[in-house]
Design a protein around this ligand. Structure first.
Ligand code: PAF
Length: 283
């Protein structure tokens, strides 16, 4: 069955009030793919009612980034929402979300917001957290699901929910990949055939890094870097191994880490990450 569609705050409020039981939200910027479908499916499995938000948030794009060319595929987004059993789609325009223009007051992502992705996308996470906070207030969910591909975003959303006392459970859902390992992303649509081949090096690097977990953090980074170095079409923004709890750089004492990479392929910027278990080391 097709989901109800709300375009305005009043429509959302009335339709949200009518939803039965526990409610989950899956927030998206549109251009839905199987990764989003899995989030909606997981939400469907866990609660009574599912809201999907489709909003291309200008606040999280810096000047010169890909806001203008970001894929807009509303009809097929709606088909995916219907197929996966979403009850309600909130698809506002920017003037509905930001009626007075860009907000003066924003959520600050704090120190972690300035590292890794934040170094290359200044202000990005403040823009993400501001819209996530607004969409949480507007949709009033019990549960919110986000993909682990955007691991730093997920971590910062958890920080915001904890530090600002949002009453919502945040669930991270494993990254969905193509058969050859490429992490699904709305931005994969930009890739030419040769870009796509080069983009596979991201996952290959993460896999090589994980395979060296037994030799410690230095070996993990060296193995991943060796793979990235073989692909001249990649412009690597960062490769980092962080403690998965604290997000500080990994030390010899870290047992579970996250290996993260960001790189440009042609005009497309891609990110990926995996958890690396450093717990059992070769002596
Ligand atoms: O991950 C995304 O698609 C966006 O950053 C989000 C969480 C929907 C906020 O605009």
């Amino acid at each position: 069955m097709s989901p109800a569609i709300a375009r305005t705050r009043d429509e959302l409020s009335a339709l949200r009030d009518a939803l039965p039981g526990r409610v989950a939200v899956v927030m998206t910027m549109g251009a839905l793919h199987e990764g989003h479908a899995v989030l909606i499916r997981e939400a469907r499995r866990r609660v009574d009612s599912v809201i999907v938000t489709i909003f291309l948030n200008p606040l999280q794009f810096a000047a010169g980034e890909d806001l203008d060319r970001y894929p807009r595929t509303f009809d097929s987004d709606l088909e995916i929402c219907a197929r996966e059993g979403a009850d309600l789609v909130f698809a506002p325009t920017p003037d509905v979300v930001y009626p007075r223009g860009e907000p003066d007051v924003r959520v600050s992502a704090g120190a972690l917001g300035d590292r890794l992705e934040g170094t290359h996308r200044r202000g990005h996470f403040d823009g993400v957290l501001t819209v996530v906070a607004k969409l949480m207030n507007l949709t009033r969910p019990d549960v919110a699901l986000f993909g682990e591909k955007d691991a730093q975003q997920l971590e910062l959303i958890r920080h915001m929910v904890r530090d600002l006392d949002f009453r919502v459970d945040v669930l991270g859902i494993a990254t969905v990949r193509e058969d050859d390992g490429l992490a699904l992303s709305s931005r994969n649509r930009y890739l030419s055939d040769s870009d796509r081949k080069a983009a596979l090096s991201l996952n290959k690097a993460l896999t090589a890094g994980s395979a060296s977990a037994g030799q410690g953090p230095g070996a993990v980074l060296a193995a991943a870097l060796a793979v990235l170095d073989t692909e001249p079409a990649l412009g690597v923004d960062y490769l980092a191994l962080v403690d998965s709890e604290t997000w500080d750089d990994c030390t010899e004492a870290t047992t579970v880490a996250r290996l993260l990479v960001a790189a440009r392929v042609g005009t497309t910027r891609l990110i990926d990450n995996v958890v690396v278990d450093l717990g059992t080391r070769a002596g």
